[in-house]
Design a protein around this ligand. Sequence first.
Ligand code: HEC
Ligand code: HEC
Length: 493
Amino acid sequence: MLTSGAKTHRMCATSLSALLLLSYIFAVVAARAVEQDTGVGPPPVLAPGQAPPLPKRGPLAEPRLSTQVGFPTVLTKYVISPSTLRPARVALGQKLFFEPRLSGDGTVACATCHDPAQAFTDGRPVSVGIHGRVGQRNAPTVLNALYNKTQFWDGRVNTLEQQAALPITNPFEMGSASIGDAVSRIAGDKDYQTQFMQAFGRDVNEQDMLSAIAAYERTLASFDSPFDHFIAGDANAISDSAKRGWELFNGKARCNLCHALTDNQRDTTLFMDNDFHNIGIGILRHHVAPLAQQAERELAQGRLEAIDTASITSEMSVLGRFLVTRKQSDIASFKTPSLRNVLVTGPYFHDGSMQTLWDVMDHYNKGDGITNPWLDKDMQPLALNEPEIDDVVAFLASLTSPQYQVIGDQEYARQLALSKVSRPQRDTARAFGPKPKQPEPPRSKCIRLDCSDPCATGKPPRKSPLMCRCYECSELRSICCAFAGYLGEPSCM
Ligand code: HEC
Ligand code: HEC
């Protein structure tokens, strides 16, 4: 008993000192923080074959304060392990985040697509990387990524360290031949040698490089929004419209079913559930069935690099979480993103397919997905009228941290003006209509012929004279023919 008590005590002490350290780092940079930023416009048009220009570091790249109103002290203590936030590591990580030499031709850094002035996004529907190569996915913000249980839209990795390794070698992002190759381009730099020594006590190396980048990202906690002040007791911090929007969010609009940690308790921190859902984005524009077959063929080994390349560079991107799990129920499902700073992180959704928060609301209002058998059961027509839609948007806009207040106001005005002339997602009849009958998820009638692998349960597949059937297998195996009634002809291999 005594021993375990002492151990608990020690653990508390360690995490407490980590938190103090965090406060310290945030405090050190407080003096340098500014309220203004450079402003956002439409992203610059690029010359063919050229990567976007490298953003400047600027004051918005600095770590954030742990004294922000709404800062989740307990949660932060829980997700950040002691020692990761040593100032020397954070400073090194920040430098690396802006380092174009980590890319194959020295033109692209993390910041190219995660620009601090644009709330660590690039403002584009989908990101553009080395040689101007256009990827398939929208760049999420790095702000508050420290709280994500999994990283990427499909959650293909868990930690920020694992995450940071992938864009460096992705051929459409930074395009280095290998991480070692990227490291070798900075290893001879005297400043880096000194900084690695100070931060980790050894020479420039791959593992410490990734740790440093992750350490920097863990200082990018972003709260202190008008909504946080409202929750903290300042009744005038947000408009009446935003207050009504917050009620709708947790009620009639059903947003809390996914953008909250639990279904029955209000969540004022991150507005996500650490889970994946098919909410019908992009699915109608793609032929999902052949893509799923292709994924099954090409990603059978589940190699992380192959999944990463497929999701950024190929049409298989639309399969979302399926690329990681290859379970039929995960087809076109994506991670619920946090809604913090969402006003300034558009365009929206994993493929950047929606321009304004009004488009997002129109999408949810009609419940989308008439022909999408994997649509999440929590999606349904909402029957929100126009003032109610405006209220939810006002609530979403109240989640903007003070550093982005100015561009937030500009962006709100821009989106509002656009929404007056263009509402491509609006479908009032469906929004006020009954829940459409959803097509059944396809049943497996015909199973792919190659059933030599054991089933997910470990049992061998059952065989019939004509074909083998993996009744016990993961749904994956039934995919090729399962789609027969849904999207065109199957082609069993
Ligand atoms: C060419 C643009 C580009 C570059 C360069 C880039 N990223 Fe990203 N980043 C993206 C895109 C696009 C995604 C989403 C990809 C996906 O989900 O499949 C992403 C995802 C992320 C995420 C996950 C966030 C979340 O909410 O899941 C983090 C963290 C991140 N990037 C950090 C970095 C770091 C660190 C670097 C540099 C080592 C970097 N990025 C380089 C475009 C880029
Ligand atoms: C069934 C779960 C679910 C419900 C209900 C839901 N969301 Fe989402 N939300 C998601 C998922 C998953 C994504 C990402 C989907 C994608 O990109 O394919 C998302 C994305 C978003 C985005 C885009 C964020 C970004 O960074 O691109 C916004 C904004 C948003 N949701 C707001 C809302 C609002 C407002 C409501 C209520 C009207 C709502 N959501 C209801 C699961 C849900």
